[in-house]
Design a protein around this ligand. Structure first.
Ligand code: MG
Ligand code: NI
Length: 476
């Protein structure tokens, strides 16, 4: 029975940015189709034109207030490629450490603040309580530990780059300054507690997955290709390496240097969305859909390359079998294995004497007319591609963000979840929360995707067969 219900809930947004889902029902109240739209402002690439190359890591990190470190690193790498000189070893280690600090804070924030309300309290729990405040009430010790873990990641970033929101630490040719020994020792003191908290989070998500296997199986579970950076032995790389695209069946479809990405990645335009839809070029659109981010990376790599994360990956693969490795809810599980990896990598980098090396920047004038920088941001593959004139002034810039790569995947996810849970026009809040939860698995940064600053809202609208709105769920 279709009833004209207006559901409005607005405590706390658990997505970053502004997005809208529309769900179209048939005359009998079943789901016809569903769309995930992002209101995109496309001006940023244009805005970069005419800027000097060395300003790009500073300018582009302002694309997003949530992932400035990711843009700064991808940009610095694109600049390095244009200058054509290798950066000092210590500089590469410090950039990777900065990146791990960002992973720790971003993955901890997502798990403890954004995902845990659904996981710990349930999809159908009271929406006024289904947020981080509710989690603090239900599990105060765990919530506090999560907040401290996020702070640990933020402290790694500020120890390297200073306390500003948009620090310029990674620059063309390396980083701005060396790491003092005292700061190194202070960071090393925090790992014991950080590993314990990450272990607790992993324990929670493993138990949850075991208890909710039936839901994992039907909740936005679909086959696609998967992308990740890897090293020459197929191990996970977050800061450097080649980009690998693997099929759902495990076949490696392509593995290439960042400079060659245009041969393999195309961007499709749909009339109903401002956002572009990247795809694996040799297979065309939409057959070449691939996903990025934690689950995609764990599916694409051969191994993690750190002992604890490799042990976790072996356990994970017993769950993420062929019929389940496309399951969107497993993104939460994969994210916690990456959290463990980021801690192990950060600790290993800090234990290495070379991290306090004093030579941290190479100087070189632009020698190439183009440069591509690719990193694995917490949310997935991030590409910066610049073209410069002979003075090193930007002529053209192309940016592809993680939320773009996952655009088609997220559209599939909301459609599948809407069809699974909404029947006969019954659109209770808990069902719409599941639809939003499908997007939340991917932790999209709508702020990056829209190139707009600030937190904006998420809207879900359900339309009947006459295209009249029968329910709206809004979070601000
Ligand atoms: Mg672009
Ligand atoms: Ni962002």
């Amino acid at each position: 029975m279709t009833t004209a219900t207006q559901i409005t809930i607005n405590p706390i947004s658990r997505l970053e940015g502004h997005g809208k889902v529309t769900i179209h029902l048939s005359p009998n109240g079943e789901v016809d189709e569903a769309f995930f739209h992002i209101t995109q402002f496309r001006g940023y690439e244009h805005f970069c034109q005419g800027r000097p190359l060395e300003e790009m890591p500073i300018i582009t990190q302002r694309i997003c207030g949530i992932c400035p470190v990711s843009h700064q690193l991808a940009s610095a790498k694109a600049c390095d490629a244009i200058c054509g000189a290798p950066i000092p070893e210590t500089a590469a280690m410090l950039r990777e450490l900065l990146h791990m600090g960002q992973y720790i804070q971003s993955h901890a924030l997502h798990f403890f603040h954004l995902a845990s309300p659904d996981l710990l309290l349930g999809w159908d729990s009271d929406p006024a309580q289904r947020n981080v405040v509710g989690v603090i009430a239900a599990a105060p010790d765990l919530a506090k530990r999560g907040i401290r873990l996020r702070k640990f990641g933020q402290e790694i970033i500020s120890a390297l780059a200073g306390k500003k929101i948009h620090p310029a630490f990674a620059v063309p040719g390396g980083v701005t300054h060396a790491l003092p020994q005292a700061a190194r020792l202070q960071m090393l003191a925090g790992f014991q507690e950080a590993f314990a908290t990450a272990g607790a989070a992993l324990g929670i998500i493993k138990d949850w997955a075991e208890q909710h296997m039936a839901e994992v199986n039907v909740f936005a579970n679909f086959a696609s290709h998967y992308a990740s950076l890897v090293d020459d032995r197929g191990r996970l790389q977050l800061y450097d390496g080649q980009l690998r695209i693997k099929g759902h069946d495990g076949a490696i479809l392509a593995q290439f240097d960042p400079a060659d990405y245009l041969q393999f990645i195309g961007e499709h335009v749909e009339p109903w969305s401002y956002m572009k839809f990247p795809f694996f070029k040799p297979q065309g659109y939409p057959n070449g859909v691939y996903r990025v981010g934690p689950l995609a990376r764990l599916n694409a790599v051969d191994s993690m390359g750190t002992p604890q994360a490799d042990d976790e990956l072996r356990q994970f693969r017993k769950i993420a079998t062929d019929d389940r490795k496309g399951a969107s809810l497993l993104y939460h599980y994969a994210r916690m294995i990456e959290l463990c990896y980021a801690l192990e990598r950060a600790q290993a980098l800090l234990m290495d004497e070379r991290i306090v090396g004093k030579q941290v920047r190479a100087t070189a004038a632009p020698t190439n007319s183009q440069g591509v920088g690719i990193i694995e941001a917490p949310r997935g593959t991030l590409i910066h591609h610049y073209e410069v004139d002979r003075h090193g002034t930007i002529r053209d810039a192309n940016l592809i963000v993680a939320t773009g790569h996952n655009n088609l995947g997220m559209n599939r996810a909301v459609t599948l979840v809407a069809k699974e849970y909404i029947h006969r026009g019954d659109v209770r809040e808990g069902m719409l929360n599941r639809v939003e939860g499908a997007i939340r698995c991917y932790d999209p940064c709508l702020s990056c995707a829209t190139h707009a600053l600030g937190q904006m809202q998420m809207t879900i609208q359900v339309l009947d067969h006459r295209r009249e709105i029968i329910a709206t769920l809004e979070r601000r």
